[in-house]
Design a protein around this ligand. Structure first.
Ligand code: ADP
Ligand code: MG
Length: 253
């Protein structure tokens, strides 16, 4: 097995009297796509934001690339890619200018056009964020995670609200980024997406991890326990119909 790049031990987060994260532990290995799944309010975003150094924890230990979050948060910040808030703040700037602005914040030299090309937004370089479609906004948000050439990238529900074409397009982008060596931690409510993208997943419910394994093993385990789904007789589903009728290409304009 590859080296651990993230190690979380007994992480607890209380908001006042409310225990949002109840002592969870997990490891993420180098170059994995690791999925954090769970119902709304389970504690996924809280957990991610703590590892991202954006939120304080109540207790527990976290290591990122061997660095202790309590001792070296600034080093960790430099190693990770976080989706930056782009809407609202700088309505007058175009995509290229936003990337320059963020690059400045990271103290990085970035070829903005090359970065936009990598997420298929070259033609929108001079457009403002608010002029983008939903899929384009999400791709731009993924691009902002890449500015500091991170080892680990955090994506919190990156495909929520996208149409089937844009969702599949973003899957390929995420796979590409992973193929180039980045470790990815992603949350999603789409189980097909988790099955397609994730090497391993943790299912979190009410602040506790209730299962953690590869998608395949989790499914096999359920089947071995005697679970049976009513037999599906159809060779396609409604999403297949939708994609068949409307094509795989992106419709964004
Ligand atoms: P998820 O991302 O899995 O939907 P969150 O981590 O956003 O869940 O939230 C976990 C729980 O913590 C929820 O019950 C939420 O209402 C609560 N929570 C999140 N942020 C805060 C906050 N800043 N103050 C108080 N409670 C919060
Ligand atoms: Mg969330």
């Amino acid at each position: 097995m590859a080296d651990k790049i993230i190690s979380v031990r007994n992480l607890v987060k209380n908001y006042g009297n409310f225990e949002a994260v109840k002592g969870i532990s997990f490891d993420v290995y180098e170059n994995e796509i690791f999925g954090l799944l769970g119902p709304n309010g389970a504690g996924k975003s809280t957990t991610l934001e703590i590892i991202e150094t954006l939120r304080s924890k109540t207790s527990g230990e976290i290591l990122v690339a061997g660095y202790d979050l309590d001792k070296d948060p600034i080093v960790i910040k430099g190693l990770i890619g976080v989706q930056l808030q782009t809407s609202g703040y700088y309505p007058g700037l175009n995509l290229l200018q936003l990337i320059d602005l963020f690059a400045g914040l990271y103290n990085e030299e970035v070829d903005g056009m090359a970065l936009l090309r990598s997420v298929n937004l070259e033609e929108k370089a001079k457009s403002q964020y608010k002029e983008l479609s939903g899929g384009q906004k999400q791709r731009f948000s993924v691009a902002t995670t890449l500015i500091n050439k991170p080892k680990v990238i955090f994506l919190d529900e990156p495909t929520t609200g996208l149409d089937p074409q844009a969702r599949r397009n973003l899957w390929e982008l995420i796979k590409n980024i992973n193929d180039q060596g980045a470790t990815i931690i992603i949350t999603t409510h789409y189980m097909d997406e988790a099955e397609y993208l994730c090497d391993r997943i943790a299912i979190i419910d009410s602040g506790k991890i209730v299962a953690m394994d590869t998608p395949d093993n989790l499914i096999d385990e359920l089947v071995a326990s005697g679970f049976e789904r009513p037999r599906e007789v159809k060779q396609a589903n409604l999403e297949d119909v939708f994609i068949h009728l409307t094509g795989k290409s992106l419709r964004e304009d």
